[in-house]
Structures are given as C-alpha cells and as structure tokens.
Design a binder for this molecule. Structure first.
Ligand SMILES: Cc1cc2nc3c(=O)[nH]c(=O)nc-3n(C[C@H](O)[C@H](O)[C@H](O)COP(=O)(O)O)c2cc1C
Length: 236
C-alpha cells in the first residue's frame, strides 16, 4: 500500500495535447450547445475515447453536502443535457430536494474538459418510456432489479431477482413495463466551460454564461455569443 502511495506522488505522465486554441471570432458566431456538439462529435470520432458520453454528475443535498458519480449522456439539444436513472436513487433524491447540479466530461486524447452547471428537471414519462423500450431487454430488466442506492444483504438478492425476471419475460413479445421510479433528467445549463489543455500547461479556458442581471455591467472583455449567451476567457 505504501509503495502504491509513493508511486502516486512520483507520477509524471507526459501531457501532450493537440494544442488547439479557441478562436474568439468563431465563438462569437456560436453558442455553447453548438460548441459542445462540435467537441462531442470530435470526441466520438477520436480513437481512444471509449465512452465519449460518460460524464460525472455532481449533486448536493439541500444542506450543501455534495456527491458525485458517473452517468451516461443520452441526448442533448438547445434545452440541455439528458441522462436516465432511478428517481429513488441517492442522486434522484438529492435532485428532488436541490435541483442545482453540475456535469463534467474529460476526453483524454483530446485533452478537453467540459464543465456544465445548471438545474435538473424530470423529463416526461412518455419520453422516458420511449427511451426505456429502446434499450436491450436485459438493460430494461436491470432497471427493475436494482432498487438503486439501497442496501441489500448479499449479491444473491440481485442474481435471484434477475433470473426470475429473465424467466418471466423470456417471451420477447411480452412488454417489460417501465418502473414508475425510473426516467430521465434534463439538465438545463446556466454555465458551460470549455477547457482545452496545452502541452506547456498554459491551458485555454472559455466560459459561456448569461449576461449579468440587476443592472450590473459585464466587463469589456466579455464577448457576445449567439442566443443570448456571453463568454469570457478564464485563467487556467
Ligand atoms: C461509465 C459509467 C456510466 C454510468 N451510467 C449511469 C447512468 O447513465 N445512470 C445511472 O443511474 N447510473 C449510471 N452509472 C452508475 C452510477 O455511477 C452510480 O453508481 C449509480 O447511479 C448510483 O449512484 P447514486 O447512489 O449516487 O444515485 C454509471 C457508472 C459508470 C462507471
């Protein structure tokens, strides 16, 4: 154990970046969702990015105690970012008491990070149903088997329930009902930051946000993007 800990402090992984830099003129003619789309497409086409849609999701209780875990992005458009989960899970319960949350992506070969802050809301059960039934049957059964985040006495509880549901739904024409506690959340973004790592470690950061309100002026170095967004450059 101590050897491993020593290894960590000595780790020096070479940081080689494609060294792309943001083009402010291009950003002025776009908005953060289109920019995300461009980066997501490139990440999806880059060898070595195994799950481009894997993202960390941070939530917090109403008292501000945070928790974070990975989830899979299953859709995005101008309204925001969608993922699916069990509404009774820890994340589901935290989002019910405090919808403020954050997402982050990191695509290692491209040395690109995206950070999103916003508020989550449940999508309609019709939309959740549509996605639920598009999944492989084994995944649909998995959603029923797992009372996500609850404590169980042993692994056998899950294996037995899974086996009995596989038996119950072995007739492929039998529809597997979506549990009422399962569905999607849409995260409506308020802030989206794009981070482009640089080999020399002087990284490039651009943050999109809404203009300041209450008569407060934005500083001169703030640029105007599309769709009511503004953006600014941050120190790395
Ligand atoms: C790459 C990856 C993708 C995941 N995708 C999801 C997902 O889309 N939805 C989900 O509920 N859990 C997903 N999980 C599991 C979660 O990380 C987590 O263990 C689970 O949702 C319970 O979290 P909670 O107890 O904080 O609610 C994923 C885990 C990994 C490692």
């Amino acid at each position: 154990m101590s050897n491993v800990a020593g290894m960590v402090s000595g780790m020096r992984v070479p940081f080689r970046s494609p060294d792309d830099l943001f083009d402010v003129q291009h950003l002025e003619s776009t908005n953060p969702m289109s920019q995300f789309g461009e980066w997501f497409k490139q990440a999806s086409e880059t060898p070595g990015v195994e799950e481009p849609n894997a993202m960390s999701l941070a939530t917090a209780t109403k008292d501000g105690c945070p928790s974070v875990r990975m989830v899979l992005l299953k859709g995005f458009d101008e309204n925001g970012f969608t993922f699916f989960t069990n509404y009774n899970s820890r994340k589901g319960q935290e989002l019910a008491q405090n919808p403020v949350c954050a997402l982050s992506f990191y695509w290692t070969p491209l040395k690109r990070q995206v950070r999103i802050e916003g508020c989550a809301e449940k999508i309609s059960s019709a939309e959740s149903e549509e996605y639920f039934h598009s999944r492989p049957r084994a995944s649909q059964i998995g959603a029923i088997v797992s009372k996500q985040s609850s404590v169980i006495p042993n692994r056998g509880v899950l294996d037995d329930k899974y086996a009995s549901l596989i038996e119950e739904f072995k007739d492929e024409s039998k529809v597997i009902p979506m549990p009422e506690y399962w569905g999607g959340f849409l995260v409506r973004p308020k802030v989206i930051e794009f981070w482009q790592g640089q080999t020399n470690r002087v990284h490039d950061r651009i943050r999109f946000r809404r203009p300041r309100e209450n008569g407060e002026e934005d500083p001169d170095c703030v640029h105007t993007g599309e769709g009511g967004w503004v953006f600014e450059r941050l120190c790395p």
